[in-house]
Design a protein around this ligand. Structure first.
Ligand code: 2HG
Ligand code: ZN
Length: 485
């Protein structure tokens, strides 16, 4: 729990005076939704949720909290999979939510950039770019709720990483309120800017432990003129990668997304999510959702898709496939993929392993982790899926039917360590895109120990010496986070 003092009545008064009635919540019925994460793994308490209207207000609020030595937990859309934005249960940490800072400030069509505030949802930012004839090439399942501040603070990946990279690759400029309330004004929209350390990249992926990202300049792409999507039945991950190789051999620049789903995962979606149904004649052991897109005029994208699929159907790599014939059908195919997290939530308790390995190792990862988990817990239900085109698999495991969910969750470290040992053997990472949050700091010394974790610690101590920002995230207690006891 945090070692920082609780906010005093005097501090809360001053914050209320600064932020006005819509800028501070103190009644438990109002603050409760901010104190539980999306997965309901963490239940905290807070004396106040601050909701500043702009950067100046946030900077003043942070200054007041810092002067009082009060710990602050930044929160965006509260969609973290790893408890990255939930206060502890001491009631002493103040939550600061940037959802009122929700303006798209500008779009520069010639520069291909947009300036957005932290509280804009990813979906709203995508829509604004589209209306300007451009594309924000970042797409994640929670984009309707996830906000730009959190998306950048966690360096979100998602469905289009295979083509455009992670959130980090899209960030040209950043505005950040630092733990003492000072403001880093880095909202530059330059493609070239070698002027010392690229500080903005330090904040991207720092999970709110170094500052509050308040606004960003994001790199946009031309809007595709044509998009084609297909759902393909394959035998396994090996078959999926054979199909990936075929599309890459044809033209790697066309691949917009290349997603893998296990038969077990798809079965949960079609059984538990209303309106989701399989558009193929019969269920398959595994599936690929492939999307091609191009900004080029007069490209025969349908022909390109059919060429590769035709050859794959002929040589048996693909056993059945359906091509979306309309935007509605394309959305329906994506629904099958994007509802995986929700379907697994409905199926009971699940343990998530958001892991990455070199793309070529994905089949071995899935085979070995499936066998190891079955040996560990009889009846466990592996439902792996994810971004196979970039090597990021969500090797998620749903509890055995009828098992007590709490008993299953009590085994989470054993499950994560079992999968982790295989991931490590295959030169992978224990956290590909969801971050470390409060769920995985215990893994940091083992995976990122020595000079790497020590350097992270020194950076944290230099920027936030009293450990006021997001205590409990990333760093395990025994690496000296001063705000944790
Ligand atoms: C996705 O790819 C998200 O849909 C969520 O990253 C993954 O539920 C998960 O583990
Ligand atoms: Zn994902």
């Amino acid at each position: 729990m945090t070692a920082c003092p609780a906010p005093t009545a005097d501090l809360l008064d001053r914050l209320a005076h600064l932020l006005g009635p819509s800028g501070i919540l103190t009644a438990p019925s109002d603050t409760d939704p901010y104190c539980t994460d999306w997965r309901a793994l963490y239940h905290g308490r807070t004396a106040a949720v601050l909701r500043p209207a702009d950067t100046a207000e946030l900077a003043q609020a942070v200054t007041l909290c810092a002067q009082a030595g009060v710990a602050m937990v930044p929160q965006g859309g509260n969609t973290s999979m790893v408890g990255g934005a939930t206060p502890d249960d001491s009631g002493r940490e103040v939550v600061i939510c940037l959802s009122r800072m929700n303006r798209v400030r500008r779009i520069d069509p010639l520069d291909h950039t947009m300036e957005v505030e932290a509280g804009v949802t990813l979906k709203a930012a995508q829509d604004a770019a589209r209306e300007a004839g451009l594309m924000l090439p970042l797409s994640i399942s929670s984009e309707g709720s996830a906000q730009i501040g959190g998306v950048l603070a966690t360096n979100a990946g998602g469905n289009n990483t295979v083509r455009y990279g992670n959130a980090r690759e899209l960030v040209l400029g950043l505005e950040v309120v630092l733990p003492d309330g000072s403001v880093f004004h880095g909202l530059r929209r330059l493609r070239k800017d070698n002027t010392g350390y690229a500080l903005r990249q330090l904040f991207v992926g720092s999970e709110g432990t170094l500052g509050f990202i308040t606004a960003a300049i994001l790199q946009l792409q031309p809007q595709p003129r044509a998009t084609e999507a297909a759902l393909c039945a394959v035998a396994d991950a090996k078959g999926a990668l054979a199909l990936f190789a075929a599309f890459r051999a044809q033209d790697p620049a066309l691949i917009q997304a290349f997603e893998y789903m296990s038969g077990a995962g798809m079965d949960l979606v079609t059984r538990l999510v209303p309106g989701a149904s399989l558009p193929l004649a019969e269920p398959a052991p595994a599936y690929v959702l492939v999307e091609l897109a191009t900004p080029r005029a007069n490209a025969d994208l349908r022909g390109a898709l059919e060429d590769v699929l035709g050859a794959a159907l002929e040589d048996g790599t693909v056993t059945d496939a359906v091509i979306a014939e309309s935007e509605g059908q394309r959305m329906a195919l994506w629904k099958l993929r994007e509802e995986h997290a929700e379907a697994q939530r409905r199926a009971g308790a699940s343990v998530k392993n958001d892991v990455s390995v070199p793309v070529s190792h994905v089949p071995e990862l899935i085979d070995r982790a499936t066998a190891a988990c079955a040996a560990l817990i009889p009846g466990i239900r592996p439902a792996p899926f994810g971004h196979i085109g970039d090597g990021n698999i969500h090797f998620n495991l749903v509890q055995p039917e009828g098992m007590d969910p709490a008993a299953f969750l009590a085994l989470d470290h054993r499950i994560m360590d079992t999968v982790g040992a295989i991931v490590r053997d295959l030169d992978g990472s224990f956290s590909a895109e969801h971050g470390v949050g409060r769920l995985k700091p215990y893994m940091m010394p083992d995976w990122r120990g020595g000079a790497e974790l020590a350097t992270m610690r020194r950076i944290k101590d230099a920027i936030d010496p009293r450990g006021l920002l997001n205590p409990g995230a990333i760093f395990p207690p025994d690496t000296g986070n001063p705000a944790r006891v």
